[in-house]
Design a protein around this ligand. Structure first.
Ligand code: ADP
Ligand code: MG
Length: 484
């Protein structure tokens, strides 16, 4: 290289020189290492290199798409904070895949020489397909307080299923035709991690791309802080104007405004001004407008004027489709059985499900191992345990007795009639399958029977299941009812 390292970058962030950049970067890395600890640092962060600083943005490179996403998701904010502390002119950190970096398929290998800063300053990173920076001038100026959109959150990556199809259709509709009758405001609500933010960003991306629309997206919390700051600096006029100049305003997690009367009032006025001038509003919340206690009545009423769409809890089918899509996108082969296990076990929300899958993929990427059912147990032991429902023998006995319409006491009675003996065997079989209890212990709970009786029951039921499909289905159904 005949050029001085880093000279290809316009260093507008306070003319941060190369030497100064290098020492800032070394300090930032050191801080990160101290904060997260050696193991975590080595796993995720040691391969970071600094490409340089462009405008108000520091550009950090990672060798794979997977590492990039991980670092962006887990350490992005912290990196930005540390950069800002080094140089307040740096407002953003762009984390990219280094030129020649793989798409997350390869094993980055274990120990690798840490690339020195000098060499890492020279290659210009490939510019990732950025969303067109087509926000209007006004927004550009206000841009520092409008939250950046997550590149992953687009319609393309949103998996549609029964629980979210209505919300998705409404979001699509707003993205295609903002401010159409009956869809303003669009109010999305649902539990944590079900895709509200994802859908909002997807609408914003679509609108920015197609219509060149100026879209302001922010959390309700950010809205409040911004409003308070404006009050303090006596710049509420500017605040109002910059907000009222957008084409689309999106406020995420509106429930944050509960009890915050002044901010609600301000939001209410902004809301009215925008709707009156034909602009689109999109709001999300964890509750429906009518359940938003602590939000002023008139605001609640207005929120419900347009379209209210809820995201329901996921179903097994949706969870499976989501992990399939995400595994596919990661490029790592994950056996179907593993995906089924995840979809079955991690039912709380999509964010956790994603986290589990990411961990598996990270493991596979870092250690070059394939994902198997065994490795899942190992890598996700803590998560799976937390989601393992403890099933008691009493529960099993009760469910089975109900199912076959016999008395609960017959589970422990000495009666040998087929009508009670068979269900009892099913219950013993399920107790063996679904609990950690030993055979003698199970025997004791079924009227002090011997462990060989339990053993016999288990093998008898297995045989019957193999021979009779409808019986097998029956037992599988019982099992499913107990597990979920
Ligand atoms: P919320 O805002 O409702 O709490 P998010 O939109 O942040 O939830 O979603 C949490 C995570 O789950 C995100 O990474 C998002 O991409 C993912 N996710 C949620 N629903 C879906 C879906 N239907 N398809 C793909 N990813 C989803
Ligand atoms: Mg959210």
């Amino acid at each position: 290289m005949d050029k001085e390292p880093g000279s290809s970058f316009p260093q507008t962030a306070g003319n941060h020189g190369t030497a100064q950049l290098a020492s800032s970067w070394a300090r930032i890395r050191g801080r990160m290492r101290d904060e997260v600890g050696e193991v975590e640092y080595r796993t995720w962060l040691r391969q970071m290199t600094l490409a340089g600083v462009e405008g108000d943005e520091a550009i950090v490179l990672l060798p794979t798409r997977f590492l990039r996403d991980w670092v962006r998701g887990h350490y992005g904010d912290r990196l930005r904070g540390l950069w800002q502390a080094e140089n307040p002119a740096i407002r953003r950190v762009d984390i990219r895949v280094a030129a020649g970096g793989s798409a997350g398929l390869s094993d980055p290998g274990m120990p690798q020489p840490e690339p020195g800063l000098a060499e890492s300053l020279t290659p210009r990173p490939p510019v990732r397909p950025m969303a067109p920076a087509v926000v209007s001038d006004k927004l550009d100026r206000a841009g520092d307080w409008i939250a950046p959109l997550e590149p992953r959150f687009t319609f393309d990556t949103f998996v549609v299923g029964k629980p979210n199809e209505f919300a998705h259709a409404c979001a699509r509709r707003v993205a295609e035709k903002p401010n159409s009758a009956g869809f303003n405001p669009l109010f999305l609500y649902g539990g944590v991690g079900l895709g509200k933010t994802h859908l909002m960003h997807a609408i914003a991306w679509a609108l920015r791309e197609r219509e060149n629309a100026s879209v302001a997206y922010m959390s309700a919390e950010k809205f409040m802080y911004r409003f308070i700051a404006a009050l303090r600096s006596q710049s509420t006029m500017e605040f109002k104007e910059s907000l009222r100049s957008v084409d689309v305003l999106m406020i995420d997690d509106l429930q944050f405004l509960i009890g915050k009367d002044n901010t609600q009032e301000e939001f209410f006025h902004t809301f009215n001004a925008l709707v009156d001038s034909g602009k689109q509003i999109v709001v999300s919340s964890d509750k429906s407008p009518s359940d938003l206690n602590g939000i002023e009545d008139r605001l609640r009423t207005r929120l419900g004027w347009g379209m209210v769409a809820d995201l329901h809890a996921t179903t097994y089918e949706l969870r499976l489709s989501i992990v399939e899509a995400k595994a596919h996108a990661s490029g790592v082969t994950v056996p179907p059985k593993v995906l089924e296990l995840l979809a079955h076990k991690i039912t709380s929300n999509v964010r956790e499900l994603e986290g589990a899958l990411n961990r598996l993929i990270a493991h596979a990427n870092l250690f070059g191992r394939t994902v198997t059912l065994e490795s899942v147990q190992e890598v996700l032991a803590d998560m799976l345990r937390a989601h393992d429902k403890r099933i008691s023998i009493e529960e099993i006995q009760k469910k089975v007795a109900e199912h076959y319409n016999i008395r609960l006491t017959d589970m422990a009675s000495p009666r040998r009639a087929r009508a009670v003996a068979r269900p009892r065997q099913v219950a013993m079989y399920l107790a063996k399958q679904l609990t950690q209890r030993s055979l003698p212990e199970i025997g004791r709970r079924f009227g002090n029977r011997d462990h060989t009786t339990v053993m016999h029951a288990v093998s008898r039921i297995a045989e019957l299941m193999a021979a009779d499909v409808s019986f097998a289905e029956d037992v599988a159904l019982l099992r499913k009812m107990l597990e979920t």
